[in-house]
Design a protein around this ligand. Structure first.
Ligand code: HEC
Length: 133
């Protein structure tokens, strides 16, 4: 093997590794800005906690109502959240994931802006405004 070949090989693997690494860190940032490992419990840890729903309501009014409507019944740009079904699952942890990560079609991520505790408060509120059949 001649030197220029080895040189080119090394150079291109350095460049490829760089591209690979930057792609990876980009993704990591999107999924966990805080760097903290995310463990999502299947049911809302705040279930039954006094005040969680009201605190969720306050947060919803500030962060979510401009798109989803003041009572979560939907707006021109965002779906009704009282109909009890989302396109991404309806369990507590599904709602948590939707809010934490956002979705591909316009729902922003709230991981950094709200954090775990506040997101669970909003999940408690969303469960509460769900129309009973
Ligand atoms: C900038 C506008 C906007 C804001 C602010 C917003 N959302 Fe959304 N949200 C959307 C859009 C658009 C969708 C539909 C996205 C999709 O289908 O992928 C959506 C989808 C959802 C869904 C899934 C609904 C379904 O039927 O599939 C939930 C749950 C949700 N949002 C909760 C929230 C909560 C809670 C907040 C506040 C923390 C919030 N959203 C703030 C725009 C917004």
């Amino acid at each position: 093997m001649n030197k220029p070949f080895l040189y080119r090989l090394t150079l291109s693997s350095i460049i490829l590794t760089g591209i690979f690494l930057s792609a990876c860190t980009g993704e990591e940032k999107a999924s966990s800005e805080s760097g903290e490992e995310l463990i999502i419990s299947a049911t809302n840890p705040l279930n039954g906690r006094a005040g969680a729903i009201e605190e969720g309501l306050k947060l919803f009014a500030i962060k979510c109502s401009q798109c989803h409507g003041p009572a979560g019944a939907g707006g021109p740009e965002a779906p009704d959240l009282t109909d009890g079904e989302t396109n991404y699952g309806d369990a507590d942890d599904d709602l948590f994931r939707i809010i934490w990560y956002g979705t591909p079609n316009g729902m922003p991520t709230w991981e950094k802006n709200l954090g775990k505790e506040n997101i669970w408060k909003i999940v408690a509120y969303l469960k509460n405004i769900k129309k009973k059949p």
